[in-house]
Write a protein that binds this ligand. Structure first.
Ligand code: SAM
Ligand code: SF4
Ligand code: SF4
Length: 371
């Protein structure tokens, strides 16, 4: 087997300061990018740290005891995050997802949630406020998250077999504790709950059916995610991607499925219902069936950089504007300018890119900008 080369490129410094354009771009809720796509969804990474070491995201060889995480002073404060989120909402965002790293590791995250829960879209509607977590701290925190105003959670879980799961999180974390976290979230009313499973060939594809059987009829929507070439450290190979079509075939041989309509424009998952009416599953085919045409997501990194694509090589630094004393109008204009210039559609182009461009050597890590 070829030796695995892990390029160590720190993308965190690569952002350029976001520009305030000469002509103000006042929020109208109707912002569109260069390809006509609206801005609807904001993912906010609240920490670059995690207590897991999933090999497809934060491989131990790179994220070891010598790895330097962002110093606390570099992180946006809760007030700064809420201010930026409010301006994004004025531009048209109506869904906010907290992520990381592991978002539940950020101290007092409930305070941020309570602040974000106060935001309203231009027509006065509360945000769809959600959080993606590895579930390890959920049993302890679910009630407080709900009380703070969180609506729902997505929990990542890559298998039910304890040995497989411990190997995939690579810190020997037991599956039973994540399942207890999911139960606690359900009891706290943090639903509808989604469970995300990244499928990696040779690692956990034999967990597809046990996961489908387990969550069928539970009210929880299980979603299978194609293993992606995000970041620069996971040594991604196309032959380790299990195409969604194969996942669907595997399941429908035992549990018949029927296709369902998309829930909302820009929805990343293709939905399938169980033919007996007992629930649904989703597949997120970021590799085999790109959905860039509908992509309405912006990402705000832990230290205040805006990324317009998961595969971006460079962010736009808002923190320097915020900490430099810029007005709301200027920051809103800067956000508008970034979005209006957006042309990203990496997944659509992936197949036609030369191998060098695909190798991911200059891309930002998933643990830094969040999934
Ligand atoms: N720590 C939290 C968690 O695991 O849910 C939130 C952050 S994590 C980066 C967000 C999502 O990205 C998770 O569902 C994870 O499985 C997914 N993810 C990470 N690396 C991935 C990869 N290479 N391909 C596909 N999904 C990936
Ligand atoms: Fe941590 Fe989530 Fe990445 Fe796993 S996928 S290492 S839980 S941030
Ligand atoms: Fe959106 Fe970029 Fe993913 Fe395409 S590749 S769906 S533009 S994040």
């Amino acid at each position: 087997m070829a030796e695995r080369v892990i390029p160590l490129v720190d993308q965190r410094a690569a952002a350029r300061a976001a520009t305030v354009p000469a002509h103000a771009i006042a929020p109208s809720g109707l912002l569109a990018d260069a390809l006509g796509r609206p801005l609807r969804d904001l993912r906010i990474s609240v920490t670059d740290r995690c207590n897991f070491r999933c090999s497809y995201c934060m491989p131990k060889e790179v994220f070891d005891k010598d790895y330097t995480y962002l110093p606390h002073g570099d992180l946006l404060t809760f007030e700064e995050i809420t201010r930026v989120a409010r301006l994004f909402v004025a531009h048209g965002v109506h869904k906010v997802r907290l992520t990381g790293g592991e978002p539940l590791l950020r101290k007092n995250i409930e305070i941020l949630i309570a602040q974000l829960a106060q935001l309203r879209t231009p027509d006065g509607t509360p945000l769809d406020l959600t959080l993606t977590t590895n579930g390890s701290l959920l049993a302890r925190k679910a009630k407080a998250l709900k009380a703070a105003g969180l609506h729902r959670v997505t929990v990542s879980l890559d298998g039910l077999d304890d040995a497989v799961f411990r190997r995939m999180n690579d810190v020997d974390f037991p599956v039973a504790e994540v399942l207890a976290g999911i139960d606690a979230a359900r009891e706290a009313g943090l639903g509808p709950i989604k469970v995300n499973m990244v499928v990696k060939r040779g690692t956990n594809e034999h967990e597809i059916l046990p996961m489908a059987r387990h969550f069928k009829g539970s009210g929880i929507v299980l979603r299978f995610i194609e293993y992606m070439d995000v970041g620069a450290t996971n040594g991604w190979r196309m032959d380790e991607v299990v195409p969604s079509a194969e996942v669907i075939e595997t399941i429908r041989r035992e549990l018949p499925l029927v296709p369902l309509e998309a829930a909302a424009p820009g929805e990343t998952a293709q939905r399938w219902g169980y033919a007996d009416g007992k629930g649904e599953i989703g597949v997120i085919s970021s590799v085999t069936q790109a959905f860039c045409g509908d992509c309405n997501r912006a990402r705000l990194s832990t230290e205040g950089q805006v990324y317009t694509c998961l595969f971006a090589t460079q962010g736009h630094d808002l923190r320097s504007l915020i900490r430099g004393g810029a007005s709301d109008a200027d920051i809103a204009s800067a956000i508008g300018h970034v979005w209006q210039g957006r042309e990203d559609r990496y997944s659509q182009l992936r197949a036609s890119l030369p191998p060098d461009a695909r190798a991911g050597q200059r891309r930002v890590e998933m643990s830094y900008i969040g999934g």
